[in-house]
Write a protein that binds this ligand. Structure first.
Ligand SMILES: Nc1nc2c(ncn2[C@@H]2O[C@H](COP(=O)(O)OP(=O)(O)O)[C@@H](O)[C@H]2O)c(=O)[nH]1
Ligand SMILES: [Mg+2]
Ligand SMILES: [Zn+2]
Length: 329
């Protein structure tokens, strides 16, 4: 199997190197390092949470050009007081459980990891203003299933439109969903976020910051045009940012600025594993079958014909499969 990881990823991180002339007998390890989690990244500086307090840090040399992203569990040495002007050093990044990548684009041809170690992808979509974009929702679903993250559809602005129109498209896939509106009851959403690390994604204007502010009253994320008021410019909302939910109920990561997900690496045989009932029906597929619409002898077609597979579910799965390789715009 080809590696799903690039040189951005963790297994390639160097171990701390031995000094050529060790001062003590051996011991190149960082025994005094402490554990932290990366909550935001801004121009080469990392904000970490260490035992509940914030610490600024930079990468130490052994990490080289390797990426450190929001959600990374890291080991840190140096000044970990978090005092003004203090700077700790990240010497190691723990193995990532999940990774989410954004699409390669003209500015940057590489699919880069943007968030690690999240277990739920909250796909925030306004029911109106802006109009839902099913193709982006499909791409986000593929990214979630491929990363082994649970997807959650969060349909905002329910005061403006009925969710049913959109829900019919996703019901056959069994995607969990919640409906919200500004100032409305967040009990359902809170229940879904409970004891999870959730990444929120969605186009600008769908109401992500409004949700984060309602969930975490101390968050003060910029809403709508507040940027103009604070005068802090766009960069205040371009980095992912991880926040603890009240009462340590979980973590939420707001990710402004992701237009879409990198799906070029997604393998059909991995995607279908997210749908065990369908996966089972592909056991007799010809070798290399992608299970797509044009496959001549796919077991999914046999199952639909035999009446053992729900045709709508198969079709929805195939729509996701196709979303992998469709051009975005
Ligand atoms: N009608 C309506 N407007 C909302 C709702 N939630 C957010 N908004 C508005 O939508 C705009 C964008 O919200 P914001 O939270 O900044 O979206 P973000 O870009 O995804 O972070 C703001 O003007 C919000 O006040 C809602 O449930 N209903
Ligand atoms: Mg926002
Ligand atoms: Zn097949």
């Amino acid at each position: 199997m080809t590696s799903r990881y690039t040189d951005q990823d963790i297994e390639h991180y160097d171990r701390p190197r031995r000094r050529t002339r060790p001062r003590t007998k051996d011991r190149p390890t960082y025994d005094d390092a402490v554990d932290g989690v990366v909550v935001t990244v801004d121009r080469g500086r990392y904000t970490l949470l260490l035992d509940g307090h914030k610490v600024m840090a930079m990468k130490a040399r052994p990490l080289g050009r390797k990426g450190v992203v929001v959600g990374d569990r890291v080991r840190v040495v140096g000044d970990t007081t978090g005092d003004d002007g203090s700077l700790a050093r990240i010497v190691e990044v723990h193995e990532r459980i999940t990774t989410l990548r954004r699409t390669a684009d003209d500015d940057d041809p590489v699919e880069r990891v943007i968030v690690s170690n999240a277990d739920q992808l909250v796909i925030v979509t306004a029911l109106a203003d802006p109009e839902p974009q099913p193709r982006l929702i499909d791409r986000a679903l593929v990214a979630a299933y491929d990363a082994g993250m649970q997807p959650l559809l969060c349909l905002t602005k329910a005061d403006l439109a009925d969710p049913e129109t959109l829900l019919v498209t996703y019901r056959s896939l069994g995607v969990p969903w919640v409906v919200t509106q500004r100032g409305g009851d967040l009990t359902d959403l809170r229940a879904q976020l409970h004891e999870r690390t959730s990444v929120m994604v969605g186009s600008s204007g769908v109401g992500k910051s409004t949700l984060v502010n309602a969930l975490v009253p101390t968050a003060y994320r910029d809403v709508g045009h507040v940027n103009a008021v604070t005068g802090r410019g766009r960069h205040t909302s371009t980095s992912a940012f991880m926040l603890a939910l009240p009462d340590n109920e979980g973590w939420i990561i707001d990710t402004p600025g992701i237009r879409s997900f990198g799906l070029a690496h997604v393998q059909p045989e991995h995607l279908i594993e997210a749908f065990p009932d369908l996966d089972e029906m592909t056991e007799d597929c010809p070798r290399g079958c992608t299970h797509g619409t044009d496959e001549p002898e796919c077991g999914l077609d046999d199952a639909v014909q035999a009446g053992t597979a729900d045709p709508v579910r198969v079709e929805s799965f195939r729509r996701l499969l196709a979303a992998r390789s469709e051009p975005l715009y």
